[in-house]
Design a binder for this molecule. Structure first.
Ligand SMILES: NC(=O)c1ccc[n+]([C@@H]2O[C@H](COP(=O)([O-])OP(=O)(O)OC[C@H]3O[C@@H](n4cnc5c(N)ncnc54)[C@H](O)[C@@H]3O)[C@@H](O)[C@H]2O)c1
Length: 269
């Protein structure tokens, strides 16, 4: 069945940014919602009928319990949007701490694995399931100071594409989409923290002013149109589409081009 009317949709990281916009757009298209976030502050504005929960997607047991709770609440689950994510610091490999690598992979990659695996039996049982995993343009392009983020987002892409092949081989009634947004105007860069080096703070400023420009509502519309059309790969924004072409045309040369672009954009920061 096409469309969202009456579908039960789960959105993680729904307290702000793309997740919040996705949840609002899903509600506007007639879906029944289960929204969660590690920070419950942003969930207060959802209608009382919406199932809300405080959830850390990196906590495997909590996600498994949450899937059972949502399935019991609605009796069925059709769609999961594994959206919660963090930026991973913005420092070089030399300077990034082990803890930042562990946390970024725990949230961005394991969060997606937890949400997918915990809900998958319910999606199959629904007879009309859809897994939507949010990667990034950094799921196919690597950049300086984003090694943790890129590792997690390339990982999301690999995990999601493997799942798609399994659903096809097994003939399961579950579609699978990986989403690669370009720059979307959200808090993700600023959420890096307040204890930043001057170089990190300068990068956050440039990201917020020059790169994260698409309104979250527009990103949500593109994602839901892609989901409705059953697209396995959803590119969000002209930047994501251009970068996708670049890395496929120049797989060996693109790191040198990225290095030149970075020096122009950030100087030596
Ligand atoms: N904004 C962009 O330009 C952009 C580009 C590509 C991909 N993305 C991806 O989109 C997704 C949403 O990011 P956003 O830009 O809306 O950022 P955001 O910071 O506005 O929203 C992320 C949300 O996830 C929540 N969150 C963080 N850690 C969590 C955890 N452990 N468990 C549950 N919730 C947690 C935050 O509280 C926040 O509400 C992320 O996966 C991000 O990597 C964003």
């Amino acid at each position: 069945m096409k469309g969202f009317r009456g579908k039960v949709a789960v959105v993680t990281g729904a307290g702000s940014g793309i997740g919040r916009a996705l949840a609002l757009a899903l509600a506007a298209r007639g879906a029944r919602l289960a929204v969660s976030d590690i920070d419950p502050a942003g969930l207060a504005e959802f209608d009382p009928g919406v199932h809300t929960a405080t959830l850390d997607v990196s906590d495997r047991d909590a996600v498994v319990d949450y899937a059972a709770t949502v399935a019991a609440h609605y009796g069925v689950v059709h769609q999961v949007y594994n959206n919660a994510g963090i930026s991973g610091g913005g420092q070089s490999v030399l300077d990034t701490s082990w803890e930042v690598y562990e946390k970024t992979l725990a949230v961005n990659l394991f969060g997606v694995i937890h949400g997918t695996k915990a809900f998958l039996p319910h999606l199959i049982a629904s007879g009309d399931g859809h897994v939507v995993n949010i990667s990034s343009l950094n799921g196919f392009l690597a950049q300086p100071t984003l090694s943790a983020y890129a590792a997690s987002k390339f990982g999301v892409r690999g995990f999601t594409e493997a799942l798609r092949t399994e659903m096809l081989v097994g003939g399961h009634p579950v579609q699978v989409s990986v989403v690669h947004p370009g720059g979307v105007k959200t808090n993700i860069a600023s959420a890096t923290g307040s204890d930043l080096t001057p170089a990190q703070a300068a990068r956050v400023r440039v990201y917020n002013e020059k790169l994260l420009t698409m309104p979250a509502a527009e990103a949500a519309r593109i994602i839901l149109d892609g989901v409705e059309a059953g697209r396995p790969r959803i590119l969000v924004g002209r930047d994501a589409k251009a970068v996708d072409r670049l890395v496929r045309l120049l797989p060996r040369r693109y790191p040198a081009l990225v290095a030149r672009y970075e020096r122009r954009l950030f100087g030596d920061a």
